[in-house]
Each structure stands twice: as structure tokens, then as C-alpha cells.
Design a protein around this ligand. Sequence first.
Ligand code: ATP
Length: 136
Amino acid sequence: MATMQLDIVTPERKVYSEQVDMVIARAAEGEIGILPRHAPFISPLQVSAVKIKKDGEEFLVAVSGGFLEVHDNQVTLLAETAETPGEIDIDRAKAAKERAEQRLQEQKRDDIDFKRAQLSLQRAMVRMQVGGRNGE
Ligand code: ATP
């Protein structure tokens, strides 16, 4: 079966680099499934769990914003942050989720703080999903 190269990198490190069968990621317009020999494509990447299919198995990686690029059978996710399931500290994500929820409930907040808290909540929920606790 045809495969393609997937690289997930952050400004700090290379998180994942393998030949894979399929990548499902949340791009600007919504979820996109990428198979080998996909047409060239570039898009912002949403805070989300990227699904990777390799050798008949599925694997999730948590990513925050960044970019997704496809060219020459190579998929590159340049993410602000990215973690594999084993790297995620669930308690830290849970604490971040609680802090963000608290901020969202506060009455005196401006739009910037609100947006920041929403993004922080999304990152925490995605980390909990990928790390194994389904956002609860
Ligand atoms: P926190 O408030 O817990 O720092 P955050 O969403 O503000 O969460 P980020 O700014 O997205 O954190 O990430 C900072 C660094 O910490 C990145 O390298 C990221 O991979 C790592 N990181 C954040 N949360 C976790 C977690 N729950 N488990 C493992 N690594 C994490």
C-alpha cells in the first residue's frame, strides 16, 4: 500500500516523523483527510487532535495552532505545540482546563482575555482527549 511521509514539528523539536497511510487533521475550513499522492495544499491548523493511520492502527497527536502543508507526498504539520499521548500530563491539562473555565465565567473580562481563555480551554480539552480522558 502507498504511504506518505508525515513530519510534525514545533519551533522547539521534531515530534513525529514516519511513513503513514492517512492523516486526518482540522484545517481552516474543517476536517481534511489526506491520503498518499494528495494534491499540494496549505492551510492554517486548528487546535485539535490529529489522527494518524499507520499499519492498520490509529494514533492521535495533540496540536495547537500552526500550519499544514502537503507537497510531493510529504505532509508537514508545523505546530505551535504538539504532544503524543505518552507525553501528555493529564493532571496539568485538567488544571489548565479548570483555570480556563474559571476565567470564562468571570464577569469582568475583555474580548482578548475571553479569546485567550477559549483557546486555552481548547488546548486542554484536546490534550485530555489525546492523553486518554475524553475531555472530562
Ligand atoms: P499550561 O497552562 O498547562 O502551561 P498551555 O496550554 O498554556 O498549558 P502551551 O503554551 O500550549 O501550554 O504549551 C507550553 C509547552 O508545554 C509546550 O511545549 C507544550 O507541548 C507543553 N505542554 C502544555 N500542556 C501540556 C500537558 N498537559 N502535557 C504535556 N506537555 C504540555
